[in-house]
Design a protein around this ligand. Structure first.
Ligand code: BDR
Ligand code: CA
Length: 313
């Protein structure tokens, strides 16, 4: 089996960090061409630094990290320090990164890579607001047909919103960018809150990370120790939801997930519901399906995969 070529577009974030670690631990299945960084959970100067810290934690300082957009396409940046802490990666104490940030802008790296690689051989994996991806599509429309698939974390239907009553954070931060992506006709797989809220780090699952006895296992346990307080207080849930690792786990073991091919549109106009993913789960609109919207996960299988792969780092 040849590894699938991916670009991870991300705003780390503890759950982004775990998604990146899972990908870097899985070279048989995934070839990480680069990490493209966006402002989201915290501003860009922190997300790009956090991404490099995570690569160094993984023992992969050769990973290419590119800084991208520092604000959304139209609206001002909304951040989530109330969830992720002031640094975006609160929990473990990690050393300042020494690996370099690449000179090229993330948007240009996405464009150049899609033009250089064979058509439909590169998958984009957005784990944050969709600004970099949408701007790449706008700047170089020829790349759109060259994308193999977009597998992203964002949106919600049954779980509705986490940053407003109707919107999930990644889509809310840049709904105009999300609208570009969802209307692109590229095959899209969506990991909404409906599924990520089933991927909860319970105490035994976090103990399994900690008991790996490695730097990575300890750091991941400390990340989720920090990250879980928000969801425990808000939803009364058992632990931290690992939103973004659902994306990289899907690319490694898609059989862990199930969903429906449906139409998903993005609300950009309404003040009340801006950033809502209007997901036609019940197929009542007659609008053409544009996404595989995931609804369920084999959570035990997901955590077994995660623990087994993190043990490799
Ligand atoms: C998403 O928003 C961020 O806080 C997380 O990293 C995840 O990508 C969940 O709504
Ligand atoms: Ca994220």
């Amino acid at each position: 089996m040849t590894a699938r070529k991916i670009i991870i577009d991300t705003d780390p974030g503890q759950d982004d960090a775990v998604a990146i670690l899972l990908a870097l631990a899985s070279p048989e299945e995934l070839e990480v061409l680069g990490l493209t960084i966006v402002a989201g959970n915290v501003p860009l100067d922190l997300t790009q630094k956090n991404a490099r810290m995570v690569c160094e934690l993984a023992g992969k300082p050769e990973t290419k990290v590119f800084a991208g957009c520092d604000h959304p396409m139209v609206h001002r940046l909304v951040t989530a320090e109330h969830v992720h802490g002031a640094s975006g990666l609160n929990g473990p104490v990690l050393p300042e990164p020494v690996m370099p940030l690449q000179d090229e802008h993330a948007v240009d790296f996405i464009i150049d890579t899609l033009r250089a690689e064979a058509p439909k051989s590169v998958t984009l994996c957005p784990l944050g607001p969709l600004t970099n991806i949408a701007l790449a599509m706008r700047k170089a429309p020829d790349i759109v047909d060259r994308i193999q698939e977009i597998v992203l974390m964002g949106g919600a239907y049954f779980e509705v919103g986490n940053i407003t009553p109707s919107a999930e954070f990644n889509i809310y931060v840049d709904p105009e960018a999300a609208a570009v992506v969802f209307s692109s006709k590229v095959p899209i797989v969506v990991m909404p809150l409906d599924v990520t809220h089933k991927a909860l780090v319970t105490k035994p699952r976090n103990d399994a990370f900690r008991n790996l006895g490695t730097q990575v296992g300890t750091a991941v346990a400390q990340m989720t120790d920090f990250f879980e307080r928000f969801d425990k207080e808000k939803y009364g849930s058992e632990g931290a939801p690992l939103h973004d690792p659902c994306v990289t786990a899907y690319l490694i073991k898609p059989e862990l997930f199930s969903g429906r091919h449906i139409n998903v549109e993005i609300e950009t106009k309404s003040d009340l519901t801006r950033g809502m993913t209007v997901a036609d789960w019940w197929r009542v609109s007659g609008r053409e399906a544009n996404a595989l919207f995931i609804g369920d996960v084999d959570a035990d299988g997901f955590f077994d995969l995660l623990t087994e792969r993190l043990a490799r780092l």
